[in-house]
Design a protein around this ligand. Structure first.
Ligand SMILES: Cc1cc2nc3c(=O)[nH]c(=O)nc-3n(C[C@H](O)[C@H](O)[C@H](O)COP(=O)(O)OP(=O)(O)OC[C@H]3O[C@@H](n4cnc5c(N)ncnc54)[C@H](O)[C@@H]3O)c2cc1C
Length: 558
C-alpha cells in the first residue's frame, strides 16, 4: 500500500488467518505497539520473534532524511519533520526561559535524532530504584540486560571489563579517531584535576572519557536498524507510519485497542484497531498524553478537561530532565578541524562530583567541537563548547493537557531550579568548564579565549543570572509514568502493566522513577529488553543475534 499524506502507510496488507501457536507452542497473541522509537523497536521485534502478531503505529515516517545517518548532522534535524519540536512552558525559576525540546518523530524515534552516546548510568541509580519500590531493577538485575544489548569495541589498546557485552545487536564503539580539540580537552581536564577514565560503563563513571557511540560503518545505528528493520517483512508484523494514536479504547477496565488518525489531520474522527494488548512506547512526553486523553490520569486534572476519569493515576507527575549551560571559547592560534569529517561533533564528556562529599558524580559536562550558540548569542566560528551538565536533579515538574484533542498543546513544565541545589551544582560545573578553558592545554596550545559567559560574568550573582538565562536541556526527560507500587506510581515494576487496568503496559523512558546518572538511551533500551522479557515470561536476557546486511539502503513503504 502506498503511503500518502492523508492516509497512514502500512508496510503490507492486514494479516489473515486464525490465531495459531507461536514458535514456542504458546498461543499466538495480538499486540499493538505505539511508537517505533528506542523502546518500541526492541519490544516489537521480540514479540514478533516469539511468534506473536504485532501492529506498530508510528506518527513519523521512514528514516529517509540523510542527516539522520550522520551523527555529526544532528543539529539539522531540529525543527525538521522528524522533530516533534516541543517547548516547555516559561520557567518560573529560570528567568521565564522557554526551552526547545526536540523529540524524534520517525522510525527510530529519538534514537534517530540523538547524539548516539551510550551510557548505562551508575550502579547506585538502579539500586536506588530497587530500594524505592521497584524490586527486580537493582544493578545486579539490570546489568545482564545491558550486557546482552551491547557489541562493545574499546579504544585501541584497552581491554574491556568482563561486564561489557560483545556480539549484541547495538554497536557501542570507542575505537574512533579523536578530533585534536578533544585530545586537548582531555588534557585540560587532567590539568584541573579530572583523571582519564578509559570506560565509564565498566562500573566507575568518574573522570573524563571518550564517548562510546552507536555507530556502524561510520553511520548512526539505532534500535530501528538493529531490531525492527531486519524483520519488517515478517508477515506477523504490520507497521503503520504517519498515524497518530489519539486515545485508547477501553471496555470496562480492559484496554482493547486504539483510535488513530493521520498525522496531518490528527483530530479527525479516529479509526479503530483492536488487539489483546496495547503497549505504549511513545516516550516520556507522549505516552502520558495518550493516557490522559484516554481518561487515565489525576482525577482533578481530567475533570478540569471534561474527560471521564477511567483510572485516577499520577500520569504526568514526576517530569524531570538533565540540564546544560554553555561555556563557549574561541580558538585564536589554531583552527578546529571541520566536524563533518568526524563521527560526531561531541566526542568527550566527564563525570564529576560538584561537592566532594557526594557519594557519586552529579555532573556530566559534555564537550563539542563547535560553538553551540543559542538564539540570541553570537560569536566567532572557530570555537568549541564545554557544556556544564547536571545529571542528578532534585527538581520535579508536571506534564498536563490543555484540552482533549491531539492538537491541544501540552503544558510541559520541568520546574527547572525549583530546587536550589540544582542551580548550585550547575554553577559548580560551569566554573569547572571555565577553568578548563583557562588551562594550558586549551588557553596555551589553542589560544582559547572565553566568549561565553565572558569576562563580565565575574561573581556568583552574575553566574546565577547567566545560568538562568541560558540553561538548556540535555534531552533526557523521564519519569511521567513512574514505575513503582505506591500512590506515586503508574506502572508495576513487575511487568510494566498500568495499575488497575488490563491489557495495557507502558515500556519506555517515562517509567523511570528517577533519571539515571547519564544519558537515557541505553537505560531505555535496557527497560525495553527487560520489559518485553516480562511480557514473554523470559526472566533472563535473550541471546542476541547481531543484525547483518545493509540496514541503511532501502526503506519499506509497502
Ligand atoms: C536531540 C536529542 C539528543 C539526545 N542525545 C542522547 C544521547 O546521545 N545519548 C542518550 O543516551 N540519549 C540521548 N537522548 C535521549 C534518548 O534519545 C531518549 O531518552 C530515548 O530515545 C527515549 O526513547 P523512548 O523509546 O522512550 O522514546 P522515543 O525514542 O522518543 O520514541 C517514541 C516514539 O513514539 C512516537 N510517538 C509519539 N507519540 C505518538 C502517537 N501519539 N502516535 C504514534 N506514535 C507516537 C514518536 O514519533 C517516536 O518515534 C537524546 C534525545 C534527543 C531528542
Amino acid at each position: 500500500m502506498t503511503r500518502s499524506p492523508s492516509t497512514p502507510g502500512r508496510n503490507h496488507a492486514e494479516h489473515e488467518g486464525e490465531a495459531r501457536a507461536g514458535a514456542d507452542g504458546e498461543r499466538r497473541r495480538s499486540f499493538i505497539v505505539v511508537g517505533a522509537g528506542t523502546a518500541g523497536c526492541i519490544v516489537a521485534r521480540r514479540l514478533v520473534e516469539a511468534g506473536h502478531r504485532v501492529t506498530v503505529f508510528e506518527a513519523g515516517a521512514y528514516d529517509e532524511n540523510p542527516a539522520i545517518h550522520q551523527v555529526s548532522r544532528l543539529g539539522e534535524l531540529w525543527h525538521s519533520p522528524e522533530d516533534w519540536d516541543y517547548r516547555t512552558v516559561p520557567q518560573a525559576h529560570s528567568d521565564g526561559r522557554v526551552i526547545h525540546w526536540p523529540r524524534g518523530r520517525v522510525m527510530g524515534g529519538s534514537h534517530a535524532l540523538n547524539a548516539a552516546i551510550w551510557v548505562r548510568g551508575a550502579a547506585a541509580d538502579y539500586d536506588g530504584w530497587a530500594d524505592d519500590g521497584c524490586p527486580g531493577w537493582s544493578w545486579a538485575d539490570v546489568q545482564p540486560w545491558f550486557e546482552a544489548l551491547e557489541d562493545y569495541t574499546p579504544a585501541p589498546g584497552e581491554t574491556p571489563a568482563q561486564t561489557r557485552g560483545h556480539g549484541g545487536p547495538i554497536p557501542v564503539r570507542q575505537d574512533y579517531r579523536l578530533n585534536p580539540i578533544f585530545a586537548s580537552i582531555i588534557e585540560a581536564a587532567g590539568q584541573v584535576g579530572v583523571a582519564y577514565n578509559p570506560d565509564y560503563n565498566a562500573g566507575d563513571q568518574e573522570g573524563i572519557s571518550q564517548q562510546q557511540i552507536n555507530v556502524r560503518d561510520d553511520r548512526r545505528f539505532n534500535t530501528w536498524m538493529a531490531f525492527l528493520k531486519p524483520v519488517v517483512d515478517n508477515p506477523l508484523l504490520t507497521v503503520i507510519t504517519g498515524a497518530v494514536i489519539q486515545r485508547l479504547v477501553l471496555e470496562g477496565n480492559t484496554v482493547v485497542g486504539v483510535e488513530y488518525a493521520p498525522l496531518d489531520d490528527p483530530d479527525r474522527e479516529g479509526r479503530e484497531e483492536r488487539a489483546e494488548e496495547v503497549i505504549l512506547c511513545a516516550g516520556a512526553l507522549d505516552s502520558p498524553k495518550i493516557l490522559l486523553r484516554s481518561g487515565i490520569g489525576p482525577a482533578h486534572h481530567l475533570e478540569e478537561l471534561g474527560l471521564p476519569v477511567l483510572a485516577d493515576l499520577p500520569v504526568g507527575e514526576n517530569l524531570h530532565d538533565h540540564l546544560l549551560a554553555p561555556v563557549i571559547a574561541e580558538t585564536t592560534t589554531r583552527e578546529i578541524e571541520h566536524p563533518g569529517t568526524d563521527w560526531s561533533v561531541t566526542q568527550t564528556h566527564l563525570f564529576w562530583r560538584s561537592d566532594p562529599e557526594l557519594p557519586l558524580p552529579d555532573t556530566q559536562p559534555i564537550h563539542f567541537s563547535v560553538p553551540m550558540y543559542d538564539d540570541g548569542m553570537d560569536g566567532p566560528a572557530s570555537a568549541f563548547t564545554l557544556h556544564a551538565g547536571l545529571v542528578r536533579p532534585y527538581s520535579r515538574g508536571t506534564l498536563r493537557l490543555t484540552g482533549p484533542r491531539v492538537s491541544d498543546p501540552a503544558e510541559m513544565d520541568p520546574e527547572i531550579f525549583s530546587d536550589p541545589r540544582d542551580l548550585a551544582a550547575l554553577i559548580a560545573s560551569l566554573r569547572q568548564a571555565r577553568a578548563m578553558v583557562a588551562a594550558p592545554a586549551l588557553a596555551g596550545d589553542w589560544g582559547a579565549v572565553e566568549v561565553y559567559p565572558g569576562a563580565e560574568v565575574a561573581d556568583q550573582a552574575a553566574e546565577e543570572a547567566y545560568v538562568k538565562r541560558w540553561v538548556t536541556t540535555y534531552h533526557h526527560q523521564v519519569g511521567t509514568c513512574r514505575m513503582g507500587t505506591g500512590p506515586d506510581a503508574v506502572v508495576s515494576p513487575e511487568d510494566l502493566r498500568v495499575h488497575g487496568l488490563d491489557g495495557l503496559r507502558v515500556i519506555d523512558a517515562s517509567v523511570m522513577p528517577t533519571v539515571p546518572t547519564g544519558n537515557t538511551n541505553a537505560p531505555t533500551a535496557m527497560i525495553a529488553s527487560k520489559g518485553v522479557g516480562a511480557v514473554l515470561g523470559e526472566p533472563r536476557p535473550f541471546v542476541a543475534v547481531p543484525s547483518t546486511g545493509d540496514m541503511y539502503g532501502d526503506t519499506h513503504e509497502g
